[in-house]
Design a protein around this ligand. Sequence first.
Ligand code: ADP
Ligand code: MG
Length: 573
Amino acid sequence: MAIIGIDLGTTNSLACVYRNGKAELIPNALGDCKTSSAVSVLEDGTVLVGAAAKERLVTHPEATAASFKIWMGTEKRITLGDRTFKPEELSALVLRQLLADAEAYLHEPVTEAVISVPAYFNDDQRCATKLAAQLAGLTVKRLINEPSAAALCHRYSVQSGDGLRMIVDFGGGTLDVSIVDCFENIIEITAIAGDNRLGGDDIDRAIAAHFCKENGLVEERLDRALRSSLLHQAETAKIALSSAPAASISIQQDEFTYSLVLTNPLLRRLCEPIFQKVREVITRAMRDRDRTAPIQDVILVGGSAQLTVFGDFLQELFGRRPHVAAAPDEIVALGVGLCAGIKERAEELQDLVMTDVCPFSLGVATYSHAGDKTPHMAVLIPRSSMLPASRQERFVTLHDGQKYLRFEIYQGEGYFASENLYLGELEVRVPPGPAGRHSALVTFTYDIDGILHVAAKSSGGDCRDKLILNPNLHLTPGELDQAMARIQQIQLAAHDSQRDQALLDRALALYERCRGRNRDLCGELIGFWRQVLEQGSRSSREQNYTEVKSRLDWLEEQMNQDPLEDFWRDTEE
Ligand code: ADP
Ligand code: MG
């Protein structure tokens, strides 16, 4: 049974399988390897995932969600129609769709996956991702950092040489920067830095805000659909600017038309605050690398890395224009696919070694003396330690007769514990005695997935450890079953019906373009296909799909290849 690799993105998600000696992207029912990470609830309660859902952001914003990955691991709840979802539940629905498409493509059940996460995801976000996979019925074989996956693909597929490289992954909602040392068959991640709330979505919002300012509109007062449409147009215009000098945006409200012409210089100005944050992250990564050898190469990954203005900005920063990876939005998925291949012990990948580092420091809150009121961090595992990492430290009692030692666990770089992310706590009992007599040994283990395990043992005897981690993300088996049932109950709009509908839409569009004999042929195909869709069984759809599709392909080829000849033939008749 295949293990699939999944790039669960903020904007787009991809699935990949390793077979016949290479990583192969898995197309969805629409034949597209990218599935929009968007979920929409239909009137009858079934759920749409992917491009069709993304379109409903504009038409049915109250029943549709996208970019929910940025809420993973938080308490945020998202209401779609009359149902409320946790971010990991929405991610689980995206995973279920990817899974269904993979099973249809591979003709076998899929239960195991390697999933990529932003390198800068913290413990809660990683646990939420694992939970999402469990809810979708998947066993996670490994969580891999997105830039590490990109590095793996770049090293293996592009056969790039030895040396130090920087990988900048600038997507829809996250920025990840990592520094990778490649030497022979070893890929060593030496430093990572990032921002979980920075990406192309912010650029779209900056454009929309500027649009409103210029047109004297108050963004918050626009209705939801108009706002979605504005953001959608902002994104389209932004992308268009990579190949055109200008792009326009316009919306209509109360019979007035408002518009804006976007150009690269204007976009650059709007992006400046965002790029300054990118600059900080890059600087942080450079400071953290343990080798001061020069960077040989900067590789740009992710959708937003394709922006012309982003390239310009980096060129000014580095003095040289970095090159955009061959397939910037597929490289992570291909790397995750390779990682799945390594998990399956594919022979050709056997001697590939990849090491990763932890993005955050981990420690416990500790008091310097008995009167100390503000605990600070005692760091057990400093950031950029190589994974897996395990460290121990002994802590003693501070008061006479103290009955237990309590450890609050934090993740982050702040000096005071309260400045960091609270992960959970652990308590061990100690026998009574004077201050400093008894102690406990705390062990932190940071596993290869970047998830923390903590244990503590008291000197006083065999006291039991108790770890209380974020209860929303660490469900009991009973709770997990319930949560899973809730997600599995939801009907995903049949993926073949999306595919079949798309084929009909394509035929209808072609019909408008055709004339004469081709139009008749196209009309016959439409009539036939509609009949199959309305009356046919599932198996008759399956049987006829390929036939109808290949006839349409043929017609389309006719139309595209020789319009002039077609024209003469049409008019002769
Ligand atoms: P994620 O990994 O976050 O899911 P992607 O790497 O697929 O996201 O990037 C999505 C982001 O890239 C979106 O904000 C989208 O607007 C932007 N994007 C996609 N294509 C282009 C392009 N050609 N030029 C500029 N931005 C792009
Ligand atoms: Mg991505």
